[in-house]
Design a protein around this ligand. Structure first.
Ligand SMILES: *Cc1c(COP(=O)(O)O)cnc(C)c1O
Length: 379
């Protein structure tokens, strides 16, 4: 049964238009649309296809399974995947013609073994840790890993097609760590080229780097969140200023509306009490759908032409709004948790602020049981 009293409506044309806008901002750099996390909750394949229609020439996926699913669906664009542990099925990835990141010596060994086993030449992007302190090889270990990679390239086992890195604080305008990371990246690239690598792509800009650090664009930018219309820097680069439109609208049909007297405790723990005689509306979405429990008594919901704050705790499957008497709201009416904001509804950014998190988490954590409904080309 596909019935569900709530849905995430995804505007695929908005994703395409956002990617087109990001390609403009990136000027000569190509765009790798990052579609990890099920396309940030929007749906892996529809998001990937919309991004390609909008002008992305690459796709990026953290997990090998996500990258393989793109190929299995017939997508032929270049794909990079980067997060795996020893013993990963790299042979399958290489056979599918997917580029892989090499962040450490063990990975170089495993990629080379998979290339020999499959008779392919692995296309690898060596990852340098320029200061994020997460994946990749620090510059101290870079030259040794590079030498090993170039020896394998000489043997025809692999081809070093990319050098890449990731920024820690690109969302903080002019933070000095960004300049430091750019310097380390330039040095890592220089060493790779001196070692004889013919790099197709040098890349380190996420959405924030794309929007705010032109020197980080190099040959390819890797926006994720911005492709979905949300800004990684809502304070200094709000999405509407940049020309991005949030692509997801989360809505639910009201389960029931009933009158309640003043002094009625609402939801578990009675953390909210009605101040006056009023009406309560029950909304059938809860933390099993990915609605943050932290949103209780804080997050905004648009219903009956105005915004209401959630009343009381968010439960597993539902929460309550105190909508006042005479609202004209009935069971079945559509409540909008977040959307583009164009019709007065809150945005995922508003939800992030209410729940003490970032918009990335609001859209990505949306539960798999919430149906995605697609609008626009490819929907
Ligand atoms: C997630 C991710 C991105 C995209 O980041 P956004 O901030 O969503 O633009 C880019 N590169 C890597 C390596 C990532 O893991």
């Amino acid at each position: 049964m596909t019935y569900y009293p709530a849905r995430a409506v995804v505007d695929l044309d908005a994703i395409s238009a956002n990617v087109t806008r990001l390609a403009e901002i990136a000027r000569t750099a190509q765009v790798m649309a990052v579609v990890k996390g099920d396309g940030y909750g929007h749906g892996l394949l529809p998001a990937a296809r919309a991004a390609l229609r909008g002008g992305a020439t690459w796709l990026g996926a953290a997990q090998l399974s996500e990258a393989l699913a793109l190929r299995e669906a017939g997508i032929t664009a270049p794909i990079l995947t980067w997060l795996y542990a020893p013993g990963a099925p790299l042979a399958q990835v290489l056979r599918a013609g997917i580029d892989v990141s090499v962040p450490a010596p063990w990975a170089l060994t495993e990629v080379a073994a998979a290339a020999r086993a499959t008779g392919t030449t692995a296309r690898v992007h060596l990852k340098v840790d320029t200061g994020l302190g997460r994946g990749g090889s620090f510059l101290e270990d870079w030259t040794a890993m590079l030498a090993d990679a170039m020896a394998l390239q000489a043997g025809g086992v692999l081809s070093v097609v990319g050098v890449w890195s990731h920024l820690a604080r690109a969302d903080e305008l002019d933070h000095p760590s960004v300049r430091d990371q750019l310097d380390v990246f330039a040095e890592a690239v220089r060493r790779a080229e001196n070692a004889g690598a013919a790099l197709e792509v040098r890349h380190l800009a996420n959405s924030a780097g794309t929007l705010a650090v032109p020197d980080a664009h190099y040959d390819l930018v890797r926006p994720g969140i911005a492709a979905y219309g949300l800004s990684p820097m809502p304070g200094t680069r709000p999405s509407d200023d940049v020309g991005l439109v949030p692509a997801m609208r989360l809505e639910a049909n009201v389960h029931l509306v009933k009158d309640a007297a003043a002094g009625q405790g609402v939801s578990y723990g009675h953390t909210y009490t009605t101040a006056t005689d009023t009406s309560l509306a029950v909304i059938p979405l809860g933390y099993a759908d990915g609605i943050p429990r932290h949103a209780g008594n804080t997050a905004p919901v648009f219903l009956g032409g105005r915004r209401h704050q959630i009343a009381g705790r968010v439960c597993m499957d539902q929460f309550v709004l105190d909508i006042g008497r005479g609202s004209g709201v009935h069971a079945g009416d559509v409540a909008v948790l977040f959307g583009s904001g164009a019709e007065g509804e809150p945005t995922a950014q508003d939800w992030a602020e209410a729940a003490g998190t970032i918009s990335y988490e609001i859209v990505t954590r949306l539960g798999t049981r919430v149906p995605r409904v697609y609008r626009g080309e490819g929907g």
